[in-house]
Every structure is written in C-alpha cells, then in structure tokens.
Design a protein around this ligand. Structure first.
Ligand code: GLC
Length: 597
C-alpha cells in the first residue's frame, strides 16, 4: 500500500471526511489528538478516556519480553483503546527505527546513517526503508521517527552518526530515498530535527534538566547537542533546509522539530521557520511534532511553553509523561484565548489528514502476518549489502587487501572484533545502546571465521596476546563504546590509550597489520595510519558484520567514499576550522580507495 494523497479517496471526499469529523469533535477530543504520550506513562483505558492521538516508545521503550510478538501485542492494545472512543479516531504509534526496528531484539539492524552516507546509494537506502517498514508493520507500528536529515558540521556532536553527511548534496538524495521507501510501504516518516540540529556551536548547549527541573550548563555531555546554531538565514537555507524541502516534495507528511536553537531562539518557539517558511512559504500540508519534552525548554513557565509552541506552529506535542498537565494547560490557553481555536482546528485537521493518508481509518492495525519475516535472512541480506558498500578504505600498502582466504593464520585482536553492541552503536535495544551480545547478529570475528578456508587458522585475543610468526597477518578492531544524543558529545577525538596500545602491540607482533575502526564519527588516527598496512573505516555497521569479511577477503570490492572531510588533528575540528587550517584535511570528502573483487 502506497502512502500518497492520490491513493486515497478523492480529495473532496477525503476533505469532507475530515471536515465532518472536525465539526463533531469536542475541544477535549481535539486536544487529545494533539497529545503524544510515551507508552510507560499511560494506560490503555486513559488512551480512551483522554482521546489520545499518539503513543510512542522512546529509545528502549520495550515490552517484556522484548520480542516482535510482544511488541505487536503491546501496540495493538493501544490501537484498540483508541477505537473505543466515541468517534473511533485511530491512534498512530511511533518509534525510532533509525537503523532498523532497532529497539526490538532480533530485528535486522542496519548501518547507522554515517555509514550509509558512504554508500551514496539512494536506491539501497530506499530498500532499507522498505525492509524496516515490514518489521515495523509486523509490530503494528505505522510511524518511524526517521530519517534524520541533519547536516553535522562538527564531528564532536553525539548525533553525528545519525546524519548521512556534512554535505547537503549527499544528504538530500539519500533522505528522499528513505522517505520514499517508508511511504511506499505504508509507514509515516518523520523528517528530523527541524532545523539545523547539526549546525550548533560547541559549548552553546543550555539544556533543561527534566529530572531536577533546572537549566544545565555544558559539561562533557550535552556541550553541543541541543545547542545554538549561530548561522545566518542564507546559510540555514543553503545548507540545512534543502533536505526538508526535498522530503516534503517526495511526499513526507511529518516533521519533528529540533531541541536546538537558531540565533538564540528555541526551534520549538520559532514561528517564522515552522509557520511562515515551512507551512506558508513551502505549503507543507502534514503535521509538525515536537521532540521529547522539548516544549518544556522554552520557558520556566509551562503555560508559556505550551502557548509559545502551539502558536509557533507545533501540531502534536511529544509530552511525553504528564499528559493530564499538558491537556489541562492547552485547554486553559484556548479558553483564555491565548491559543486561538482556529490554531487547534488547523493542527487537528493536519493530524487527521495524515492519519487518513496513512490509511489508518480503513486499517488501524499493521500486518502481523509479517512477523514470519521478522529478522529473516532475506532482510539481513539487504543489511549485509549496506555494510559492504559503507566501508571506506583509507590505506592499502602493497595491495595487502583483499586478503587471501587460504592464508595460514590470522591473528584477530580487540574486544570490538567480537562485540555486537559496539558494532551497532546507540539506539539499539536501549537508548544508549549497550556492549556485548545485546541482540542477534554476526560479529566481525565470526564473519572472518566463516569465510576463510578450512585449513586457515583464526586466532582471537581481545588483548592481542599472540605468539606470532612472520607469515601471520594481524587484524585489529578498535571501536567506540555506544552513545546517543548529547551523551555522545565529546571534545577530544584522539584514540583512547587502550586502542593506541593495542595497535602498538599488534604492530610489533605482526609483519602485516590491518586496522578496522568501528566509530560513529571520524576519530584522530593520523599516527595509527602510519602504523597500519591497511586501514578500514567500518562506522557502526549493525548486526550483519559478515559484510565486512565479504569485502576484506575480496568477494566484493571496497567502494565506500568518506561522507565527512577527515581531520588531521584536534585543531582541525569543527569543519569551519578545518577549511581554514593550513595543513588541510587528512582525507578530503569523497576519499576512498577501491579494490578489485
Ligand atoms: C529523542 C530524540 C528524537 C527521538 C525522540 C523520541 O530525544 O531527540 O530523535 O525521535 O526523542 O525517542
């Protein structure tokens, strides 16, 4: 089923249906549609009682047990509760399936976007979205808070890996591919985070600490995430807005607003960009959703927050906890005239039209028959292809790669060589991800063990403890511990001592050394590059790491190209500094060696 206005009843019929509904709705039913609650904070009966329009799972918002079947049951309960309301307006459930339905144990987890950016393959990304959609609909989920179309300009940002590239020209076609893949499959994309979330300055984050109810000044975490984009409008329009326009023209019907600020004003209060530009200048007909409790960051007074955000053009609020307070506050604002009823009606009209376009009025549930395909080999094959195409080869002295499958012995080192959690990064099972065997998948080590000849030995030592002989080839895998959002903001991007020591040790041990780095961003590797005979960037490949051995051993060529300009030193960060630095980049945007098969 394709999501497009064309595939729905004729416009007049569809419009008439929405008009009829709107005329019947009470203020409580309208405000309920504008309210999105996280699944642990509301009962199914309150979904009915308060006419709630949407429920979400935040990162790690999993049922117990965390299986696809349990997910389908959990979501179905909320959908059924919404159909118990007077007007039976269907609920839409949202999740962050940013690299596959990655909260769910056993789902196929694709490379994070920074790796997909290195593929430059919009068709592949459309197919990734189609597979992701099947695994979402199997669990009754119709709304994916993706793609992030961030254009990260500072690699110290903890969300850099959620963006495809520093380049607008690389991001835009890939974002359109992903949006089309979801829409073609009956899933609603949420293009995020509007706008210039990747254009903020280090140290500019002034973040509201929900747990303690106060404003946090930058520390290591949240030093740039949710910060301020101190850029002019020309830069905003040239660099950060184009992917949204293209996604909208491709049929995107939902946009999520950024926690960050532009020119010192919180995006959630930016009426000029949300209403004047997005809705009026561009004619955006979908609805605009807030980010997680982001409305509360506008002002110390929650009443002011709600009035500012709704009047700026927000149509649905990801509350996500105290829905009763939000509903009461917005109701008071309408009754006092601080929020015009016309604004409420416009927001609800947009929400109803999108639910209609998604087909929820005809079919409010997903397709649980797709559970039989959940995590299937066919789905995993698409992820394995993506891993292959995402790899960037920075160095290959004496054409060491591709390796021979019949080499007598390989010495594999590094905890990251056998660690699904490090391969997957943040937004995997839990918000911040985790280490170790957190879900089903293949590690780099098992990929190597499976591809080499039966007479070839593969020895593994996380610590690199080997008795080597001159014919041995060493493969050392280093990796960033997983992180998400501002928890991943990091000033110092040089390699940690344990990685430096491991590479030093393996250099002394082996006559030939391949280094593979798993990371959500470029890390400063200039010295280590000299030590390696071959150096591979594998980014955050997800669960199908056999894709790495496929290329390492020549079944497929290296084709990936850098989606970020690669800095030589700490002083080359952010991108603006790099462009002015006399020594220039270590590698330019688009760099990547190739190999024959
Ligand atoms: C998070 C993120 C956003 C995500 C939302 C729901 O804080 O900023 O990308 O979609 O909350 O999990």
């Amino acid at each position: 089923m394709t999501l497009s206005v064309k595939s729905q009843p004729s416009n007049t019929t569809a419009e008439a249906q929405v008009d009829t509904l709107l005329e019947q709705m009470t203020l409580a039913e309208k405000i309920g549609q504008m309210t999105q609650v996280e699944k642990n904070s509301i009962s199914a009966s309150d979904v009915t009682r308060y006419f709630i329009g949407s429920v979400l799972s935040g990162g790690g918002g999993n049922p117990t047990p965390n299986t696809a079947q349990a997910w389908a049951r959990m979501v179905r309960d909320f959908l059924e509760a919404a159909l118990e309301t007077r007007l039976r307006i269907p609920l839409i459930y949202g999740v962050d399936a940013v690299h596959g339905h990655s909260n769910v144990h056993g789902s196929v987890i694709f490379p994070h976007n920074i790796g997909l950016g290195a593929t430059r393959d919009a068709d592949l990304i459309q197919r990734i979205a189609e597979v992701t959609s099947k695994e979402l609909l199997a669990t009754n989920v119709h709304w994916n808070f993706a793609p992030a179309v961030s254009i990260p300009q500072d690699i110290r940002w903890g969300r850099i890996y959620e963006g495809y590239s520093e380049s607008t020209d690389i991001v835009t076609p890939l974002a359109v591919g992903y949006v089309k893949g979801l829409l073609n499959s009956g899933v609603l994309p949420s293009v995020k985070h509007f706008v210039a979330d990747g254009g903020t300055a280090w140290g500019s984050s002034l973040r509201y600490d929900w747990l303690h109810g106060n404003w946090q000044l930058p520390g290591e975490g949240y030093s740039i995430d949710q910060g301020n984009a101190e850029i002019d409008e020309a830069t905003l329009r040239a660099v950060h807005l184009p992917p949204y326009k293209a996604a909208m023209e491709a049929g995107a019907l939902n946009i999520m607003v950024s926690f960050s600020s532009w020119q010192g004003v919180k995006m959630h209060a930016q009426k000029y960009l949300i209403t004047d530009v997005l809705k009026n200048e561009w004619g955006f007909e979908g609805f605009v959703v807030s980010d997680w409790m982001a409305v509360s960051q506008i002002d110390p007074s929650f009443y002011t927050c709600v009035v500012s955000a709704i009047n700026a053009g927000l149509d649905m609020i990801m509350v996500p906890f105290d829905y009763k307070q939000f509903i009461a506050t917005l109701t008071e604002a309408v009754e006092k005239g601080d929020v015009p009823l016309s604004r409420i009606d416009n927001a609800v009209r947009r929400i109803l039209k999108v639910k209609q376009t998604v087909g929820l009025f005809e079919q409010p549930f997903g397709d649980e028959s797709l559970l039989s395909e959940f995590g299937s080999d066919e789905h995993r094959a698409v992820a394995r292809e993506a891993v292959r195409k995402s790899l960037v080869l920075l160095k290959n002295d004496n054409n060491l790669l591709p390796l021979s499958k019949f080499q007598p012995r390989f010495l594999v080192a590094g905890d990251a060589a056998n660690n699904i959690g490090i391969q997957c990064g943040g937004w995997t099972i839990d918000w911040q991800g985790g280490r170790g065997a957190i879900t089903a998948g293949e590690s780099i080590l098992t990929g190597i063990q499976q591809i080499v000849g039966e007479d070839t030995a593969v020895e593994y030592s996380a610590e690199g403890q080997f008795m080597a002989d001159p014919t041995d080839i060493g493969i050392v895998v280093i990796g960033e511990p997983p992180y998400a959002e501002g928890m991943g903001d990091r000033f110092d991007l040089t390699l940690p001592a344990e990685d430096v020591e491991l590479i030093n040790k393996m250099r002394k041990t082996c006559t030939k050394l391949v280094v593979i780095m798993l990371s959500g961003r470029p890390r400063i590797i200039t010295e280590q590059l000299d030590q390696a005979d071959a150096f591979v960037l594998a980014w955050l490949p997800g669960t199908e790491a056999e894709g790495i051995s496929d290329v390492l051993f020549g079944d497929f060529p290296f084709t990936g190209k850098l989606s970020h300009t690669y800095p030589r030193t700490q002083d080359d960060i952010p991108l603006q500094a790099l462009k002015q630095h006399p020594n220039g980049a270590l590698f330019p945007l688009g760099y990547g060696l190739t190999t024959d098969k």
